[in-house]
Design a protein around this ligand. Sequence first.
Ligand code: SF4
Length: 155
Amino acid sequence: MNIYKHDIVFQEVPNHISLAFYVCGCPLKCPGCHSPELWTEKTGTPLTPIMFLELVRRYRQRISCVLFLGGEWRQDELLEFLKLAHQEDLLTALYTGLDHIPHELQQHLDFLKTGPWITARGGLWSPTTNQIFRDLRSGETLNHLFQHNTKEPSL
Ligand code: SF4
């Protein structure tokens, strides 16, 4: 899997500081997408398990979660990274533009944002959004925790 960049983010997973990976190759091409640089895999650099663990351990004292912004189109690789994150005692999260993901992926996630970007409905911060952010451990929908935030999401 190729990533466009990694970053430490504070708002994408409520109450957690996350190491986020922006995965290249999103096939959905939502009209109005804020991240068209993620549409092609060629823009990124390969994320290897060694590099992943190096980054996780570099930021380990500051983070409690690893977040993938996309990557479900590389399911086997994504699963490997999610398992490594759990082995490092970190929570896992995925932002996907799909409405549903395979059960096997869901089993290795603690948080999941689903739904494509639809400009007229807005992101998680919008009361009319089509997108849903769930805590998969409890099954609880956490959209209300985003509604004070007017920053547009990356995916
Ligand atoms: S899922 Fe996200 S990154 Fe992919 S096209 Fe839609 S808005 Fe853009």
